[in-house]
Design a protein around this ligand. Structure first.
Ligand SMILES: Cc1cc2nc3c(=O)[nH]c(=O)nc-3n(C[C@H](O)[C@H](O)[C@H](O)COP(=O)(O)O)c2cc1C
Length: 236
């Protein structure tokens, strides 16, 4: 979560039972860094670092988590209009997963064709496969479901064909505070990529519902945003 999930926050919530944690999102290239600056100016939290400081910063965050929790896998969620800075970031020695952010819907990010607007890029497959071919870490692609004009299943299949290791799917249903379970199940049943389900998990019952859809794993954001988790994840 932009501006929130730094190493300090993640280290504090790992004891609840998380085996993968995600740093970021970070903006990596000039255009996304400028967009982050504008987002901060209107009062929203963002991580914001100059271009030449961002990779050393992420590396120090990864090392800080690994020092206390060497077995917990660390992912970094990143935005960039071009693949090169993402490939460079994936070379951080102890980083396990680089996650391409095709999810953010802040106006400033959309305006430069990044975040969820990436789903409309005609060269999306090529963008992802360039990263997959050159990355040192595993590659995850985070997307939002039910984006207007986008067929979520088609995009999921495209991401699988491009060779990504994980599809991190925010199964947002725009009309309710609940995941779009049917869509999640459809994606799981019609792809072979490891699907990490996401959206609205705030109870053990919902974790079970999400696994019943066929996900490989799941993620929790708002349910832990306060820094504590009021349901048990270690049974799953
Ligand atoms: C304040 C805030 C900041 C977020 N920042 C990011 C981000 O930087 N990158 C990203 O992929 N998702 C981001 N998200 C989305 C969450 O990771 C997650 O996909 C979404 O909140 C739905 O999951 P949840 O119902 O478990 O919260 C953010 C969400 C919130 C509430």
């Amino acid at each position: 979560m932009a501006g929130i999930t730094d190493a300090k926050f993640l280290t504090s919530v790992i004891p609840y039972g998380f085996d993968v944690v995600t740093l970021g999102g970070y903006s990596l290239d000039e255009k996304t860094i400028e967009a982050s600056q504008k987002i901060i100016e209107r009062g929203r939290k963002e991580f914001h670092f100059p271009k030449d400081e961002i990779i050393p910063h992420i590396e120090s965050e990864v090392n800080s988590i690994k020092k206390d929790y060497p077995d917990v896998r660390v992912s970094a969620n990143v935005r960039s209009t071009n693949p090169e800075p993402i490939i460079e970031t994936s070379k951080i020695e102890k980083l396990d997963i680089i996650e391409i952010n095709c999810h953010c819907r802040q106006d400033e990010i959309i305006a430069i064709g990044c975040g969820q607007e990436m789903l409309k890029r005609p060269d999306l497959s090529d963008y992802i496969s360039q990263i997959v071919d050159a990355a040192k870490s595993e590659v995850s692609v985070k997307i939002r479901a039910n984006v207007r004009g986008i067929d979520t299943l088609e995009i999921a299949q495209k991401i699988e064909d491009a060779g990504a290791d994980y599809l991190h799917l925010d199964a947002m249903d725009p009309n309710v505070f609940d995941a779009d379970w049917k869509l999640l199940e459809k994606v799981c049943n019609n792809t072979n990529i490891k699907v990490i389900g996401n959206n609205s998990i705030d109870s053990a019952e919902k974790i079970k519902t999400m696994y019943d859809c066929g996900v490989y794993g799941l993620s929790i954001a708002r349910g832990v945003i306060s820094g504590s988790l009021n349901f048990n994840i270690s049974d799953f």
